[in-house]
Design a protein around this ligand. Sequence first.
Ligand code: IPE
Ligand code: IPE
Ligand code: MG
Length: 239
Amino acid sequence: MSLPDIDLSAVPAHVACVMDGNGRWAERRGLPRTAGHEAGLDALFDAVDGALEIGVQWLTVYAFSTENWSRPRSEVRFLLEFNRSILGARRDEMHRRGVRLRFVGGRDRRLARGLLKEMDTAAELTAANRRLTLTVAFNYGGRAEITEAVRRIVAAGIQPGEITEDTVGSHLFTPDMPDPDLFIRTSGEYRLSNFLLWQVAYSEMVFLDVLWPDFSRRHLFEAVAEYQRRERRFGGVDQ
Ligand code: IPE
Ligand code: IPE
Ligand code: MG
C-alpha cells in the first residue's frame, strides 16, 4: 500500500473513530444487521494495522454507545456477546503487535460479568505496551462521562473556586489520553452521537461516505492526508 499523501512526521497522535454504517451495509445485502457488525470487524483490524503502519499512537473507537441500549434486544445481546468473543479471539494478536487495549464506558449491571472480565484481562495483559493504545468505547456516552467527572469532583471535596478545565479533564475516564487530533465518522452521518464530547473541542473532523464494513486502512490514510491539509488554529491567528 503506497502512502503518497502522508507526511510521516506529522501524523495525528490520536485518531478517534465512530464506526458507523454496519446495519445499512447488511440491509443493502439483504442480510440481518448483525451480519454488518460481523463484517465490521475486519475493517477495525485493518484500521489498527494502518494506524500501526503510519505511527498513530492512540486510536479510540466507538463500539457501543449508552444510547445503543435502545436497539432491539436481540441486536443488543448480539453486540455484547460478539464483543466478548472478539476479545478472547484477538487479544493475544494485539498484544504481540504492541497494542495496549483499554476500555472506556460505564461498567453497569447490564454488562455480563464475563464480558467485564474479558475486558480487564485484555487491559491487564497489554498494559505495558506503548506502540499503540487502542481504546474501545463501550457502553460509552460523552455526557455520562462528564456527569461522572462532576460526581468525582464533588466527592473529592474540591471547592468550586478551585475547579479549572484541568480539574474536569483529570476526572474523566482516561485522564492521560491526549485529545483526538482527528475525528473520523463513516456512513455519511454528520454528527457526534455523544462521542468524546469534552475531548473533541479542537479535533479536525472528517466525515466519510463509506459504510464501516467497507472501511480499510486506505480510508484512514485518506483521512490523515485530509487532516494534514487543514490549518489548525486553536482560536489564534497565523503570525
Ligand atoms: C455502527 O453501525 C455499530 C454500532 C452502533 C454498534 P450501526 O449499527 O449504527 O449501522 P447503521 O448506522 O444502522 O447503518
Ligand atoms: C454511534 O452510532 C455509536 C457507535 C458507532 C457505536 P449510532 O448509529 O448509534 O448513532 P446515531 O443513532 O446514528 O446517532
Ligand atoms: Mg448507526
